[in-house]
Design a protein around this ligand. Structure first.
Ligand code: FES
Ligand code: FES
Length: 154
């Protein structure tokens, strides 16, 4: 039994302590935004925020979220998050879409920590989020737009 805050609301998971948080989110709490990609912390498709820090939910035991705040793409409502979602649409970022919630959660954590990242800082921050559709250029452009730098890049 694990209690934590999910997207601003208290929740209780009845799953065993070592159940990956991603399983709890998707299968127990029915939030399907975070995706299962690799299952070994290598792709970023499952990225959520744990107390504001981007975290790979596929390898985090649900017990590690006890008493903490988990934010998924469904609950991302910060200014940075809203700017990113709008930029994702304007820049037409997704192709298949599978990696995209993880990409946005990683980008949101970046902009919340660093509202005006350099191109190099964006590349470094997003380096661990893989996209098999190779949308990397549009992902970077959308982050620059969300950060208010997009026009300068065009
Ligand atoms: S599914 Fe978690 S990092 Fe790939
Ligand atoms: S848009 Fe298809 S994996 Fe990224």
């Amino acid at each position: 039994m694990t209690q934590f805050i999910l997207n601003g609301n208290p929740v209780v998971s009845a799953s065993p302590d070592d159940t990956p948080l991603l399983w709890v989110l998707r299968d127990e709490l029915d939030l399907k935004g975070a995706k299962f990609g690799c299952g070994i912390a290598q792709c970023g498709a499952c990225t959520v925020h744990l107390d504001g820090v981007p975290t790979r939910a596929c390898v985090l035991p649900v017990s590690a979220a006890s008493g903490r705040a988990v934010t998924t793409i469904e609950g991302l409502a910060t200014d940075a998050g809203e700017a990113l979602k709008a930029a994702w649409v304007s820049e037409q970022v997704p192709q298949c879409g599978y990696c995209q919630s993880g990409q946005i959660m990683a980008a949101a954590a970046l902009l919340e920590a660093n509202p005006a990242p350099t191109e190099g800082e964006i590349v470094e921050a997003m380096n661990g989020n893989l996209c098999r559709c190779m949308a990397y250029g549009r992902i970077k452009a959308a982050i620059q737009v969300a950060a208010g730098e997009g026009e300068a890049q065009r």
